[in-house]
Design a binder for this molecule. Structure first.
Ligand SMILES: Cc1cc2nc3c(=O)[nH]c(=O)nc-3n(C[C@H](O)[C@H](O)[C@H](O)COP(=O)(O)O)c2cc1C
Length: 180
């Protein structure tokens, strides 16, 4: 397992989930893994009518999911669920049904909040969708980062040793998972 694709469900500057994914990327690369972070700001709102004229912005992301050995999704929690931009991307990339790039893909979910629950609710909602797309969801270790604003310095660098260890644990789980 060498090549990871990272998806962050927040577009905002200073996103805690963006900082978390950047830290995961840095630690992955230190272990000789590659991690590319998705850019999907140009993906339009899903409309089944557009499937006939499939948007290039989605094709680009689909191809990256297809060629990745594993995907890590960092989701914020919005109203105890996943942000619309992330669900929109998942819906797009799961269609057309005979080109479901998620089928059999190894996927780990992580998430950061500024409250204490660390995206537990959002990740459970996310995992429900992933399971029905036949994703191989990493059930353990679970990764919930609460009070995330305290875990990064003013430059967005991860300063929390426990979180660093959790990232390493997740990366080794991915790296040792067999790709069938
Ligand atoms: C619309 C909205 C709904 C939110 N709902 C929740 C929630 O249900 N649970 C939670 O822990 N935080 C919630 N938050 C706070 C987010 O965890 C916090 O804004 C976080 O920083 C968002 O992720 P980001 O920093 O990656 O953008 C919500 C924020 C917004 C904007």
């Amino acid at each position: 397992m060498k090549n990871i694709f990272g998806i962050v469900g927040s577009f905002r500057k200073g996103s805690l989930n963006g900082m978390l994914m950047a830290a995961i990327k840095e630690r992955a690369e230190a272990k000789g893994l590659q991690l590319e972070i998705a850019d999907f700001k140009d993906v339009p709102l899903f409309n089944q009518d557009l499937l006939a004229n499939y948007p290039t912005a989605v094709t680009v992301v689909k191809n990256k999911i297809k060629s990745a050995d594993a995907v890590i999704i960092a989701t914020p929690e919005y109203n105890r669920s996943v942000p619309g931009v992330l669900k929109n991307l998942i819906d797009w990339t799961s269609r057309p049904k005979d080109d479901n790039v998620w089928n059999g893909k190894l996927v780990a979910t992580v998430g950061a909040t500024n409250g204490i629950t660390g995206t537990i609710a959002a990740q459970y909602v996310l995992k429900q969708s992933l399971l029905c797309m036949n994703v191989r969801v990493v059930g353990n270790p679970e990764f919930y980062l609460g009070m995330a604003q305290e875990k990064f310095d003013e430059n967005g660098t991860l300063i929390d040793e426990i979180t660093k260890k959790k990232i390493d644990e997740l990366l080794s789980t991915l790296a040792t998972s067999r790709i069938l």
